[in-house]
Design a protein around this ligand. Structure first.
Ligand code: GCW
Length: 722
């Protein structure tokens, strides 16, 4: 066993070789396929920094034994040897200068002896302390927490400091997550297709489970833990009852075993009709004693196999899914029945608020509120109502959902969509953190000014026992996990935000770029700007000025403003309402009055087209084509300019990216370059199709100086569905 002292000093020639290797690897920009995500751990390129890190880190002492601590050791071994270019000793029992000391007061006497007790009272089960300390005259860095999982989060935080080139000389941090339940929602089917997935097939290899668990599953867990994600719903909300059968539960348990050391719990979607479909009962009525007994036994069976099972996510009575209303019961009846069977095991229910009914002639944007507001206060304590960020459906821009602030008696869980169903899917570079932040920072006025959506999600505004945030996952079997190389940033950003709601979109982008590509400022500054602007660009070339849901039918990829047949609230004409007088959905008192679902201050801000932000104008108002915009242009002209600006901006992104050649590896450079050229083509497709279509109502020319569309409207309408 290695001990302290000189034996651990790196010999001088080795250090020189290390620095040369570091420089070479930075220059060669060796091939990358994106598999390593943001956990690349390549040698630190800044040699000054590398020297500092090397002198501050002489050995690591991880005190205690558990699966999570094995994960801590393994991650540090890989991370530090990769970034520092040398092996760091882990085995010593003697504290020396430059020790990274990791432990809980229970696993480590040294930690217990430090004056961190009061701090640890604040950090809870997942938080941690990261601190530079002098112990027995020796300079050390300490990661302390109440649990081993807290130590794992602290470890990833520490590694991130090195990955992003930060000082580690004088650390004094206490980190506590903003929300308790930070979950990915996979819309993965048991046949391995992924609903709205654009990165290959499902990561869960059901046919081979439980006997074979791909090593990829552990890497998935590492990636999630590195950003603080602590739960994963494995299956689609459009659920298949089969996953609750013994055969699939065993498979699920095999995944849970790999996730456990990384602090990740598994959850499943519960198909409400499962007692009928797989249990042979005549009904799934949530008040029927036999149904309750069936779920009780099912819960017991699940917890026998997976003692830390997280709970159920349920989509009920929405888009054809069964639910309590099939039996004349309410959403609360359904959710509470499941909550009661999970409660003794510590499980939770996430009941989705995404409901709307084609038989009800009501603005779809109003239906979730109408349905759930009267049920406020009627849900059990271990039930979340899971609410999408906006009232329609993950559009490029939506106002915040009116349920935020309107359900003070119910814990609300945020649902964001990381997979870009309505934002260019697999081919568009769209960084979503600005969209997430826009919603989180919106003021609901629920308890007066300053009642931001974020304060409802993190529980500071209304005190609930549980808080949480969910992201519809964008992962798949593609070698680089997410398809588009930049789509990884949306997974990353979701996790980082769920952990810390106060982080800015800008700082998250910067971290991700440094970890994923390079810390070269000449790359970071322009590419970060490009990421920050990318969502607004997508809004411009797809749905400017508050337009929404005008995507092609079913697949939602390209433009389809002409879609008019079938169920009305699945058509585009329902949402844009263009006619020869104007365009937009009147949601004021003269129209659907969806605005009345917001608190009066918000309603007043939005009810007058003259004061309503132009970014949401056509969401709330039907506006005449000659309406004067703040630019002095008419609405029609402004609409055209926005579409054209959107395309020009994507072309600028393309130029910016091209000028990055040589700064990163060729493989990912070429991949993104090719994607951007597709994005330019598709942005033009969006622009021309929409401008030509809306022109049939406005009957006005495309403003002078704007290039004319290359094809006719008929041409765009006939582009076949991919
Ligand atoms: O946006 C719609 C999607 C459906 C999805 C549904 C939902 C899982 O088009 O594919 O179904 O939302 O959120 O339930």
């Amino acid at each position: 066993m290695l001990n302290s002292g000189n034996s651990m000093k790196t010999p001088v020639p080795f250090r020189i070789i290390t620095v040369i290797l570091a420089l070479l690897s930075c220059l060669l920009l060796s091939g990358e396929d994106g598999y390593r995500l943001w956990l690349r751990y390549d040698v630190v390129c800044d040699t000054g920094m590398l020297r500092k890190y090397n002198s501050a880190l002489k050995q690591v002492m991880v005190e205690g034994h558990s699966g999570a601590l094995d994960a801590v050791r393994e991650e540090l071994q890989n991370g530090l040897s990769g970034m520092l270019g040398k092996e760091i000793p882990f085995e010593s029992k003697t504290l020396t200068e430059g020790t990274l000391l990791i432990g809980t007061p229970v696993s480590s006497e040294r930690i217990a002896a430090l004056p961190v007790k009061d701090l640890l009272k604040k950090t809870g089960p997942e938080g941690f302390i990261l601190k530079s300390c002098v112990i027995s005259d020796m300079h050390c860095i300490v990661i302390a927490a109440n649990t081993d999982i807290g130590l794992l989060y602290g470890t990833f935080h520490f590694l991130r400091l090195l990955q992003t080139g930060q000082q580690i000389g004088n650390l004094d941090r206490v980190c506590i997550p903003s929300t308790q339940f930070r979950l990915l929602n996979h819309w993965d089917n048991l046949n391995r297709t992924v609903e709205r997935g654009y990165a290959g097939f499902s990561l869960w290899d059901w046919p081979l489970l439980p006997d074979y668990v791909s090593p990829r599953i552990k890497d998935y867990a590492r990636a999630n833990a590195s950003v603080g994600i602590n739960g994963t719903v494995l299956t689609n909300v459009n659920a298949n009852a089969l996953v609750l059968t013994p055969q699939y539960l065993e498979k699920t348990a095999a995944l849970a075993d790999v996730f456990r050391p990384y602090g990740i719990k598994v959850y499943l979607t519960a198909r409400f009709s499962a007692p009928v479909e797989t249990g042979g009962l005549p009904t799934a009525d949530p008040l029927d004693p036999l149904v309750i007994e069936w779920w009780q036994k099912k819960a017991d069976e699940i917890y026998r196999l997976i003692p830390d099972f997280g709970g159920f996510l349920v989509k009920a009575n929405s888009e054809g899914q069964p639910g309590p209303q099939n039996y004349g019961r309410s959403h609360a009846d359904g959710a509470n029945m499941l909550a009661r069977v999970l409660a003794p095991h510590g499980g939770i229910v996430m009941w989705r608020a995404f409901v709307y009914d084609s038989n009800v002639p009501e603005d779809r944007a109003k239906q979730a509120y109408n349905e759930f507001k009267p049920l406020d206060g009627h849900f059990s304590a271990n039930v979340f109502l899971q609410v999408k960020n906006g009232p329609v459906d993950f559009q490029p821009r939506e106002p915040f959902h009116p349920l935020f602030g309107s359900m003070p008696g119910t814990p609300l869980m945020m649902e964001f969509q990381l997979t870009q169903e309505y934002l260019g899917q697999g081919t568009h570079l769209v960084y979503l953190a600005p969209l997430f932040k826009e919603c989180l920072q919106a003021d609901t006025y629920a308890k007066g000014k300053g009642s931001e959506v974020a304060s409802i999600i993190d529980g500071t505004l209304e005190k609930h026992g549980i808080t949480g945030m969910a992201g519809v996952a964008n992962t798949g079997t593609d070698r680089n996990w997410c398809g588009h190389p930049f789509a990884q940033s949306n997974w990353y950003a979701f996790g980082r935000l769920a952990w810390d709601l106060t982080l800015s979109a800008d700082s998250i982008a910067e971290e991700w770029l440094r970890m994923t590509f390079t810390d070269n400022e000449a790359f970071i500054i322009p590419v970060k700007q490009m990421m920050m602007d990318s969502r607004e660009y997508a809004v411009q070339y797809m749905t400017p000025l508050g337009l929404h849901h005008i995507m092609a039918r079913d697949h939602h990829h390209g433009p389809g403003p002409w879609v008019s047949e079938g169920r009305p609230d699945w058509t585009s004409v329902y949402y844009h309402r263009a006619d020869t007088a104007g365009i937009g959905f009147d949601r004021t008192a003269t129209g659907s009055n969806a605005l009345s679902q917001y608190f009066p201050e918000v309603e007043h801000q939005l009810e007058n087209p003259g004061f309503c932000p132009e970014s949401l104008l056509l969401w709330f108002h039907h506006v005449p084509w000659d309406y004067r915009m703040t630019s002095g242009r008419t609405l029609w002209e402004e609409l055209c300019y926005r579409y054209y600006d959107g395309v020009d901006s994507v072309k600028k992104m393309q130029q910016t990216w091209k000028s990055m050649e040589g700064m990163i590896d060729r493989e990912r450079f070429e991949h993104v370059k090719a994607m951007l050229s597709i994005q330019v083509k598709e942005a033009i497709w969006w622009r021309d199709a929409c401008v030509l279509y809306f022109q049939t109502f406005s009957r006005r020319p495309i403003p002078e100086g704007l290039e004319k569309p290359a094809h006719s409207l008929e041409y765009y309408k006939n582009i076949p569905t991919p």
